[in-house]
Design a protein around this ligand. Structure first.
Ligand code: ZN
Length: 53
């Protein structure tokens, strides 16, 4: 799915995996933005702490 890695939400546990996936897919440095608490992690059901885009 092309949209999948346009932005990734991640909890504290999955932030490193999210960065790896982003870099592998986009081949660009990600921006880490503090999430506002309304979104779920893209890898589990926890509340996302960061938005990677
Ligand atoms: Zn997670």
């Amino acid at each position: 799915m092309k949209e999948k890695y346009e932005k990734i939400f991640a909890c504290m546990e999955h932030v490193e995996q999210a960065i790896d996936d982003y870099v592998n897919y986009k081949e660009a440095a990600p921006q880490l933005i503090k999430a506002d608490g309304d979104e779920k992690c893209s890898y589990c059901q926890k509340t996302a702490e960061y938005l990677i885009k």
